[in-house]
Ligand binder design. Sequence first.
Ligand SMILES: Cc1cc2nc3c(=O)[nH]c(=O)nc-3n(C[C@H](O)[C@H](O)[C@H](O)COP(=O)(O)OP(=O)(O)OC[C@H]3O[C@@H](n4cnc5c(N)ncnc54)[C@H](O)[C@@H]3O)c2cc1C
Length: 385
Amino acid sequence: MTESRTVAILGGGVGGVVTARTLRKRLPDKHRVIIVDRERDHLFAPSLLWLMTGQRKASKIQRPLSRLTKRGIEVIHGEIERIEPATRRVHLTDQDLDADYLVVSLGAELAPETIPGLAEAGHNFYTLPGAESLRDALDEFTGGRIVVLTATPAYKCPAAPYEAAMLINDYCRRRGIGDETHVDLYAAEPGPMGVTGPEVSQGVRDMVENAGISFHPEHQVVEVDPQARHITFGNGTTADFDLLAYVPPHRAPLAVRDSGLVDDSGWIPVHPGTMDTRYPGLYAIGDITGILLKMGKPLPMAGVFAERQAEVVAHNIAAEITGTGASKEFNGHGECFIETGGGKAGFGGGNFYAEPTPQIKLRKVGRRWHLGKVLFEKNWFRKNF
Ligand SMILES: Cc1cc2nc3c(=O)[nH]c(=O)nc-3n(C[C@H](O)[C@H](O)[C@H](O)COP(=O)(O)OP(=O)(O)OC[C@H]3O[C@@H](n4cnc5c(N)ncnc54)[C@H](O)[C@@H]3O)c2cc1C
């Protein structure tokens, strides 16, 4: 008989809830599964893009994490202040937690304040409050120049800003202000979804430009003047705007940076298959990890990877505790929908671990991919909550 074990999962986002659910299914009741998050609600981030154009309400895209208790998962609401990787001790604001296994799925912290003027000047649609303020601003918008901006070349869901620009453009047309509005997309990166290869990147760029959006790659924002509504880029160019929607710089959360878990990349290095860290019993999954692909670029941050890595880690922890089943590895496969507006979407996917470069295919824009994303959202909540 194995003794009771405790698995603590840090973060109740995509990776965290999938780890908890999978573990609870596989582990006998005497073993504890604990999930910790500072938020009371789990947010399904892909739907923020629909929320900002009025197609979703906040209540529709969130669920209370406390619902997981029905499945036998212990939920702790609290701020993680420090992690001791060697002892697997976690310090929360008002308690400490000791675990036999620790799964770190704390995602990426958003840092708009690192670019002068950015937070004051625009809407950070990567957060719920930012997507809501963008929705309100779009609602009052009567025409002019809308800028969608990526503040750094690497950010979670590499398709999202491109989808955002197309959905905003489509929204303005539907509201009858399309002729008086122009959407510009200024990107820090050389092209959309660079890791997927030149063909897919060009395919997404075509979607954006065919919608009438002007695309400006390799524009690294240096500062924004909120009063003058003026952006200065590192390459010496500038741009004016009436409405600004942006993707902010990302970094590891402070508790992770302070724990000694990150390397020079700023993210947690892991084994690309098992998600082991260099500390026994400590795994990291999702956006917080840094996995360098053979091509020399990191695996993009995306929920699809967090989900699949979570399933592997939960399976392997359960196999070790119960002494049953062979261990598994994450194989680098992932896919995503690319919303284009008008009830349509494209779809890209394949093997990101393929060598020497990822093997990704882009499918033609159509209604079925949009419906696929709607179904995915529905299933997400049904499966996990
Ligand atoms: C607009 C948008 C659209 C997207 N669309 C897609 C898509 O279509 N497909 C796709 O695959 N991905 C998409 N993503 C990306 C996806 O949401 C993330 O990659 C995914 O959520 C990562 O999961 P994670 O578990 O690593 O982190 P998260 O889901 O971000 O979870 C991290 C959790 O940790 C908690 N936390 C952090 N620090 C602390 C602390 N100190 N104390 C306590 N709790 C803490 C946070 O509150 C959060 O709940 C999108 C993201 C955005 C913003």
